[in-house]
Design a protein around this ligand. Structure first.
Ligand code: GRF
Length: 192
């Protein structure tokens, strides 16, 4: 099975997924797409010898070119890992239930446009919540709105800052995202 990863930043989740499948027969990461030319993920792609594509805004929001690209590359699962743009409707439809995202909070709270990274953890702490966590979900036409696949929680203790919370949440991301990707691709293998 072929996995395409969309990212906008450092790509630490992408690295964990690449590592998880490095000697797997089930799947491998065969394509990386990113909308930020200076993002760290391009260094990861280079190091891992995985083709990486810089996403151009207008063609992406037209959607067709990228649908054809992903179909031509026989992509089975699209994994958003810190990708900050909304996925255009025709890409969502062409890959129905085959695009997933990870959000660093317990949706439906603290989701939506602009809620990413530091902003999310700050909002959770300012709200005085006793816990946060991750939500891995299917992607639909809205931000952070598709069906939940998995949620994992972590505690928030007095003195936690957005930085210390981000670290706890990142451990959950790196632990669970590769596991869920494998589970989705394995089940699919079983069901066909
Ligand atoms: C993570 O916080 C993830 O939950 C969110 O974007 C960030 C990606 O970080 N979707 P990285 O680029 O994988 O390090």
């Amino acid at each position: 099975k072929n996995i395409a990863i969309f990212a906008s930043g450092a790509g630490s989740n992408a690295q964990k997924i690449i590592d998880h499948f490095s000697d797997s027969t089930i799947a491998r990461v065969t394509l990386i797409l990113c909308n930020k030319p200076d993002a760290g993920i391009f260094r990861i792609a280079e190091k891992e010898n995985i083709p990486a594509i810089l996403i151009e805004k207008d063609p992406f929001f037209r959607g067709d070119d990228y649908v054809q690209l992903l179909q031509r590359e026989q992509i089975d699962l699209v994994v958003l890992a810190g990708f900050l743009w909304k996925v255009p409707a025709n890409l969502v439809q062409a890959f129905a239930n085959r695009i997933i995202n990870i959000h660093p909070a317990l949706l439906p709270k603290y989701g939506g446009k602009g809620m990413y990274g530091h902003f999310v953890h700050e909002a959770v702490i300012n709200a005085g919540d006793a816990e946060s966590g991750i939500t891995i979900h299917y992607v639909n036409e809205k931000y952070d709105d598709g069906a939940t696949i998995l949620q994992e929680r972590c505690t928030i203790v007095p003195g936690d800052t957005p930085e210390t919370l981000a670290k706890k949440v990142q451990v959950l991301e790196h632990t669970w995202y590769p596991v869920i990707v494998e589970r989705l691709l394995t089940n699919e293998a079983v069901s066909h």
